[in-house]
Design a protein around this ligand. Structure first.
Ligand code: PLP
Length: 433
């Protein structure tokens, strides 16, 4: 990658053309066409630096961490913990506030299960603040990914707490007046996404967190669609927990991140138990290590964490603010182009309102799966279905949509190729012009 001037605010088309060469998969042809990858919202592609970091680990340092007394184990441990530091500083928090998980889903479940362990009396006095029972409320929003909804449904079912929901406006934003009514004295936890993976809506994190804290509740942020795409300072946002996934930010699959404020992680009882998370074990009792090791039972995903750190360094070298600007302009191009095509309904904020670089849409008379298959024949990869957000789709009267999502390597030409193909969908299926 050759970046003309990393301090220049806007990424240029030439720079993007150059950085694309770092991503081997972008040279692929699919069904006889150059690949147009518009599914980064699901899983992003990896630059050579990430692939090399994993290979280098496998070839030169492969070993379990925090265990062996040998040289390779020491090297692996150092790389693994350095990776934690890299990721921690990427989101503005401390080394010990980052817990490795398999993905964001596991990170959110970790908090939910740890809280239900606390509710069952585990963790002693320190864990009292996490105990839930009848009369307590957990608040989510109507736009949540299932990963930030079902764990809370289950936690409510296990503890007797109830789940309350902040509804959406027709414009696809959170109804903040309702939020102020829903979040109240009984609220113990407020869980919401930073950016909707379907609508592209960017939620007002400071406002929601302030509302949660004003009633003494904890705030958990699903940062899956924000950490990869915009500068993120979790400390400044003042959230208590946050979750994101490596594979959505140029990193490998199999690694996710839970951020937890240090004093909270230290008080939270573990979710998974076993090796590597203990100090002393007898046949009927165990003492646990402090965070983050307390939450990392068993052999860890070492090469993935190292790969994720390489991804973070790559993003840092480009500059998250520039990535964000680039994608915002691609998002506007997407939404403006889709709005011009007859029979297309785009969900989420209108053109001109803030939204992420993705668009989900319904094609009148054509099922999303047919749209996806038509585009795939042309080498264009999009996501179709409910995108793990069934309640949200129900709210807008559809069961499935087609989603195009961009990243730093997406070009305006690719967006135009996609738009031209979408314009042909209805005529191809014999509906509309
Ligand atoms: N939350 C949001 C907003 C997402 O977009 C996703 C993935 O699509 C997830 C949570 C779950 O991420 P993972 O499947 O990597 O655990």
């Amino acid at each position: 990658m050759t970046l003309a001037d990393p301090t220049t605010r806007a990424l240029t088309t030439e720079e993007v053309d150059s950085l694309r060469r770092d991503f081997p998969i972008l040279r692929e042809r699919v069904n006889g066409h150059p690949l147009v990858y518009l599914d980064s919202g699901a899983t992003s592609q990896r630059p050579r630096a990430v692939i090399d970091a994993e290979v280098d680990f496998a070839e030169h340092h492969n070993s379990a961490v925090h265990r062996g007394a040998h040289t390779l184990a020491a090297e692996a441990t150092e790389l693994f913990e350095d990776a934690r530091t890299t990721v921690a500083s990427f989101v503005g928090v401390g080394h010990d506030e980052i817990v490795w998980t398999s993905n964001a889903t596991e990170a959110i479940n970790l908090v939910a299960y740890a809280m239900s362990n606390a509710s069952a009396g585990r963790g002693g006095e320190a864990a009292e603040r996490f105990r839930l029972g009848e009369g307590d409320e957990i608040v989510v929003t109507e736009m949540e990914h299932h990963a930030n909804l079902i764990p809370w449904q289950e936690l409510a079912a296990r503890t007797g707490a109830s789940l309350r929901v902040i509804p959406l406006t027709d414009a696809g934003t959170l109804d903040l007046e309702e939020a102020a009514r829903v979040i109240g004295d009984r609220t113990r936890l407020v869980c919401y996404t930073h950016v909707s993976n379907v609508l592209g809506t960017v939620n007002p994190v400071e406002k929601l967190t302030a509302l949660a804290h004003s009633v003494g509740a904890l705030a958990l942020l699903d940062a899956c669609q924000s950490a990869p795409h915009r500068p993120l300072d979790l400390r400044a946002l003042d959230v208590d927990f946050a979750a994101f996934s490596g594979h959505k930010m140029l990193g490998p699959t199999g690694v996710g991140v839970l951020y937890g404020r240090a004093e909270l992680l230290d008080a939270l009882p573990p979710f998974l138990t076993g090796g590597s998370m203990i100090t002393t074990v007898t046949l009927d009792h165990a003492e646990y290590l402090p965070a983050p090791q307390r939450f990392e039972a068993g052999t860890q995903r070492v090469s993935q964490a190292i790969g994720l750190a390489a991804a973070v360094r790559y993003l840092d070298s480009v500059g998250l603010d520039r990535v964000h600007d680039w994608e915002s302009s691609l998002g506007r191009r997407l939404v403006a182009g889709l709005a011009d095509i007859p029979g297309i309904r785009v969900l989420g904020p209108a053109l001109g309102d803030e939204r992420a670089g993705l668009a989900s849409f319904d094609v009148d008379g054509v099922h999303a799966h047919d749209v996806g298959q038509y585009l795939d024949e042309l080498g264009i990869a999009v996501r179709v279905g409910h995108h793990c957000a069934q309640p949200l789709h129900r709210r807008f009267g559809v069961t499935a949509t087609t989603r195009a999502s961009t990243y730093l390597y997406t070009t305006p030409d690719e967006v135009d190729t996609f738009l031209n193909a979408v314009a042909d969908v209805r005529p191809f299926f014999g509906v509309g012009r």
